[in-house]
Design a binder for this molecule. Structure first.
Ligand code: HEC
Ligand code: HEC
Ligand code: HEC
Ligand code: HEC
Ligand code: HEC
Ligand code: HEC
Ligand code: HEC
Ligand code: HEC
Ligand code: HEC
Ligand code: HEC
Ligand code: HEC
Length: 497
């Protein structure tokens, strides 16, 4: 039927080129472990070339690449995408708009161009592929940039998948293969010239490579660790501030949990799968998810999103201290600061399941390292005793003040004294991190003063209340006496008249 099948030299050269074809444009670091899916045989290639018709005849370069692509291998032809007539050998006829030729799509038209098939359930049914890429892409940050704002610097389908060299992401040569994704994103996100306009950092790939995730993927060839799309998604990538984004503050825990709560996966890496659950049960998880306190840290606040944190031995105290500045300031004055191997805050508080601290922690956290009866253990107990005594004093003062309320006297001064006492408590808690007994002892003395001031004031009030009732009685008696006298007088007067 087509006269072009005669051209056996072309077919042969194409068949030879095919094996190398798609690889020519793939990123520099192909993963070597997996075997490549069926490369077409010479016979299959011949059939394909026949199908491509005149287009292949004139477009040898595109064709040689194309034959090795998933589209080429699955029998999609040039004219399925570009239109035109592969049976016409004259360029003007073959590439005629009257034959449906649409030519080369502009960047902004590419998503719809691919969606012609990929959003069509019927066309995609035999492959079993999902058909939601276009829909998701349109709502994504990239999609909105390109389709709504007309900013074609953002990614379109071909930037991530290629054009004539599209491969299934299972193929290790594919730009979208897990091992190659970071390089694919980096072609834009690592490009200062492209990203300058947006004033966003260009170091994600560089940092990722130094992270546990990056090292696992690049050095250990362990593809189960996180690459860009695990945290950002692929077709539905959103800006981190967007509440729908997987990396939005409120969604980070869920994003990390997909792997870090996976028992089997974590066990294979000698890691605990408890991190997310522990975090949710700790003060920070409760503060964020139960109390809506968005200042509470999530996984990436402490671990970094792309970089080489996790906080190791050296910088744990620094991570917590970023927010708990006062606790850190006083911790830095404690003897533990100079103890080798002491990992800072987490030795007493833990890292993920941080409990609401209280004075009992001066016993429960110390015993792990300082046995009962040791001087250090004793020091902890003494701090706790002083602190608890002081707290009791303040509670007592508060109760006595409360009881004095019914008398109708102004309590401003006493309320102020108690407020001062409570303020001293708020201030001393971080200071206790010095583990200097004198801090707690000083606080106890102060609370004793507060209690005495309040007590004294309340007693004064009670005295005045009594005084008042006594004087009121006297006035009343005098008044009654006056009335009595008056009546007696009146009676006497009446009688004398
Ligand atoms: C007789 C040779 C010939 C045939 C047959 C032919 N082309 Fe072309 N085509 C060309 C040449 C030459 C150019 C580049 C110059 C131009 O744009 O006119 C070109 C350009 C193109 C372009 C790029 C247009 C652009 O705007 O950059 C596309 C896409 C294309 N051809 C697709 C096809 C398809 C699909 C077929 C088969 C239906 C086909 N061609 C058949 C010779 C041919
Ligand atoms: C899956 C759809 C698809 C198929 C199939 C396809 N192309 Fe293309 N082609 C494109 C897209 C998209 C572009 C635009 C690329 C760009 O601008 O980045 C393009 C661009 C071109 C161009 C312009 C120059 C270039 O390389 O960018 C030519 C020529 C071309 N195609 C020819 C062909 C030929 C010949 C075939 C068959 C062997 C073919 N195409 C098969 C999607 C396809
Ligand atoms: C003419 C219809 C058609 C058009 C247009 C088209 N594709 Fe495809 N695409 C297919 C078919 C058919 C397959 C093979 C499905 C299968 O059987 O595995 C495929 C497979 C793919 C795959 C591999 C999926 C996988 O993991 O197996 C990707 C990726 C892909 N296409 C991307 C694109 C991109 C990007 C464009 C636009 C440049 C595009 N396609 C345009 C028909 C099309
Ligand atoms: C063709 C270039 C290109 C490619 C490839 C690309 N992006 Fe983008 N991306 C952009 C541009 C341009 C923006 C818009 C930046 C802006 O407006 O802040 C953007 C925005 C983003 C944003 C939102 C950033 C923000 O804070 O505004 C994320 C996240 C993102 N891309 C992730 C990715 C990931 C992950 C990949 C790879 C799977 C990828 N991108 C591939 C060009 C690209
Ligand atoms: C920012 C990069 C990026 C853009 C833009 C992009 N894709 Fe993808 N796409 C990927 C990655 C990465 C995968 C493979 C992910 C995986 O391994 O799960 C993928 C997978 C696919 C698949 C395989 C089936 C699936 O959904 O997993 C198809 C088909 C596909 N993309 C089509 C498209 C089409 C059509 C467009 C444009 C509307 C597009 N992609 C835009 C990165 C992108
Ligand atoms: C372990 C999860 C994770 C991985 C893997 C990851 N990211 Fe991110 N990414 C985040 C989080 C969380 C944020 C938002 C917080 C921030 O800005 O650090 C973010 C932010 C971004 C931003 C926006 C930066 C800004 O300041 O607006 C871009 C762009 C980005 N990532 C690209 C990438 C690229 C490219 C890769 C792969 C090389 C990648 N990310 C891998 C979690 C991840
Ligand atoms: C796709 C799965 C996946 C996702 C999503 C993921 N991780 Fe990981 N992560 C891993 C694997 C696997 C390892 C082990 C790597 C190794 O062997 O070194 C790891 C290692 C780590 C480590 C190093 C642990 C250590 O001490 O060895 C930290 C910290 C970490 N991930 C934090 C995070 C955070 C925070 C997030 C979310 C923003 C996240 N991960 C998302 C799979 C994932
Ligand atoms: C308040 C800071 C903080 C938050 C929030 C946090 N981590 Fe950690 N995480 C740490 C510290 C500190 C360590 C190191 C402990 C050590 O050195 O032994 C650590 C260790 C780890 C480890 C490696 C050791 C282990 O326990 O298996 C993983 C994995 C990890 N975190 C994942 C996560 C994930 C996932 C989240 C979110 C659910 C998260 N972390 C939230 C501070 C934090
Ligand atoms: C991003 C800031 C931030 C980081 C980093 C951080 N925290 Fe917090 N932390 C908070 C917030 C916010 C609260 C909630 C306070 C509340 O409930 O009102 C909190 C609560 C606490 C509490 C309970 C205090 C109380 O009085 O209720 C403790 C203890 C604590 N964090 C210890 C730590 C430790 C240990 C680390 C390091 C492993 C750490 N935090 C890292 C912000 C942070
Ligand atoms: C030696 C054990 C120990 C270490 C190390 C330690 N803490 Fe504490 N921390 C405590 C105890 C005990 C309390 C409870 C004090 C109380 O309520 O009486 C406490 C209380 C706190 C509170 C609650 C303070 C408040 O104002 O209510 C925060 C926040 C805190 N610690 C953060 C940190 C940070 C950050 C570090 C590291 C810089 C750290 N801690 C190191 C034992 C420790
Ligand atoms: C992770 C282990 C660890 C924890 C938990 C810990 N310490 Fe220590 N502490 C040490 C080490 C190690 C030293 C230095 C060696 C020594 O003197 O025992 C030290 C030294 C001290 C010292 C000075 C030396 C001494 O014996 O008088 C005091 C006081 C002290 N710790 C009090 C505490 C108190 C109070 C707590 C609980 C709030 C606590 N420590 C929790 C490990 C720990």
């Amino acid at each position: 039927m087509t006269p072009l099948v005669r051209n056996t030299t072309l077919m042969l050269s194409l068949a030879l080129a095919t094996a190398a074809g798609a690889a020519a444009q793939t990123p520099a670091t192909p993963a070597s472990t997996t075997t490549v899916s069926a490369a077409p045989t010479a016979v299959a290639t011949a059939e394909l070339v026949t199908k491509l018709g005149s287009c292949a005849e004139c477009h040898e370069k595109e064709t040689s690449t194309f034959l090795g692509s998933i589209h080429g291998m699955k029998g999609v032809a040039c004219h399925d995408c570009h239109g035109g007539d592969p049976n016409e050998i004259v360029q003007e006829d073959s590439m005629s708009p009257s034959k449906g030729y649409v030519g080369r799509p502009g960047r902004a038209d590419i998503p719809a161009f691919c969606a012609k098939c990929h959003a069509d359930k019927k066309k995609m049914a035999p492959s079993g592929l999902p058909t939601n890429q276009y829909e998701q892409y349109r709502a994504s940050f990239h999609g909105k940039k390109v389709l709504v704002e007309g900013d074609t610097t953002a990614a379109v389908c071909t930037d991530c998948h290629g054009t004539h060299d599209v491969l299934s992401s299972k193929d290790p040569r594919a730009r979208t293969h897990r091992a190659n994704v970071p390089a694919t994103c980096d072609r834009c996100h690592g490009d200062d010239l492209k990203m300058n306009v947006y004033a966003i950092p260009t170091d994600q790939h560089k940092k990722w490579k130094t992270s546990f995730h990056g090292k696992a993927v690049t050095e250990k060839k362990d593809l189960t660790a996180a690459v860009c799309i695990d945290c950002h998604g692929k077709h539905d990538i959103a800006n981190p501030e967007d509440p729908h984004s997987r990396v939005h503050h409120a969604n980070v825990v869920k994003t990390c949990s997909r792997c870090h709560a996976d028992e089997a996966l974590m066990e294979r890496h000698n890691l605990s799968a408890r991190a997310p659950a522990d975090y949710l049960e700790g003060v920070h998880g409760i503060a964020l998810f139960k109390k809506g306190n968005t200042a509470a840290p999530v996984c990436v606040t402490c671990h970094g999103s792309h970089g080489a944190l996790p906080p190791g031995v050296k910088n744990v105290a620094m991570v917590c201290g970023r927010c708990h500045t006062r606790s850190e300031e006083f911790y830095n004055r404690s003897m533990h600061r100079t103890v080798k191997g002491f990992r800072g805050c987490i030795e007493c508080h833990g890292n993920h399941r941080i409990a609401q601290p209280g004075s009992t922690l001066f016993v429960s956290s110390c015993i792990r390292c300082h046995p009962d009866g040791s001087p250090a253990n004793q020091a902890g107990k003494e701090i706790r005793e002083s602190f608890d005594k002081a707290s009791e004093n303040l509670d007592l003062a508060a109760r006595e003040l409360e009881a004095a309320r019914g008398y109708g006297f102004a309590l401003t001064k006493l309320e102020e004294a108690l407020k001062e006492g409570n303020q001293a408590k708020i201030e001393v808690v971080p200071a206790l991190h010095t583990l200097d007994k004198r801090e707690a002892e000083h606080f106890r003395t102060k609370s004793q003063e507060t209690l005495e001031r309040v007590r004294h004031g309340v007693q004064e009030i009670i005295f005045r209340v009594r005084l008042r009732s006594v004087s009121l009685g006297v006035v009343l008696l005098a008044f009654l006496g006056a009335i009595l006298l008056f009546r007696l007088r009146l009676e006497r007067l009446e009688r004398s008249e």
